[in-house]
Write a protein that binds this ligand. Sequence first.
Ligand code: PEP
Length: 261
Amino acid sequence: MANEKKLIVGNWKMNLDMHEASLYLHQLSKLVKVHRDVEVVLAPSMFTLQSLSLQVNLRQFKLAAQNFYWRDHGSYTGEVSAAQLRGIVQFALVGHSERRHIFNENDKDIRNKVAAAVRSHIRPILCIGETAWERSSGETHYVLHDQLIGGLSNITSDELEQVIIAYEPVWAIGAGQMALPGDVVEAVKAIRRQIEHLYGKAASESIQILYGGSVTADSAAEYLNLPGVNGLLMGGASLNAHEFSDIIKKAHNSLTAAKKG
Ligand code: PEP
C-alpha cells in the first residue's frame, strides 16, 4: 500500500473532566515518543478541547472533535460548528456508530458533516460498519457500500485526500468482542474497491483506512499488521495512558519490522 504512516486515534467519548483530561494529557506526553511514521490523535469531549489545545504539543499529538454541527453559524442552540473548531482541532469523527444509533444521525447529516469538516480544513474520520444483525444476515458489504456513498457524496476527488475512513463493526465497539482479522481484511478490501469505483485506483490506494472495535494493547499488533489497515481507532484502550502509549509503540514497531523485511 502507498501509505506508510500509521494513524492511532483515541476516542475518549464522554469521559474525563477538565482536570482529569489535563492530567491525562500530561501523563501521556511523558510516555509517548514522537515517531515521524505514527500520527497520534486524541478526541476528548467538546468542553475540554479548547484548554487541551493550549496544552498539547502538536508535534506529539493532534486533536479531534467527537462531533459538531454541519452548518457554519446561526441559530442552532447548543451546537458547535466545524467552522468554530477550526484551529482548535485538526481532525473530527463523523458518523460514529454511537452518533448514528443513539442520536439517530442519518446519511444526510453525515454527508453534510464530512463536507463541513473539509470546508473548515479539518480532516473527517468517517466511521462506517455493520450491526450484528446486518452481519448475521450477510449484509456487511452492502452496508459499507451504502454508508460510503452516503458519507462521501458531497466530496470531490481533491477533497477526498482529506478524508479518513474507519471500519468499525458496531457489534465490536465497546463490547470486548473482536472482529476476526480475515473479516477485517475483507471489509477493508471492499472499502478500497468502492473508493476505486468512485474516485479511481490512486485514491483507493492512498486513502487511510483504520480499524476500530475493542482493540487492546494485546490485539493491536495483529490489526496493525493486516494488509490495507493504516491504523486504529480506539475507545476503551485510549483511556489508559500506559496501554495507549504501548499501542503507539506497537504501531511504530510494526512499520520498523515491515521496513526490515
Ligand atoms: C470506538 O468508540 O470507536 C471504539 C472503537 O471503542 P472501543 O475501542 O471501546 O471498542
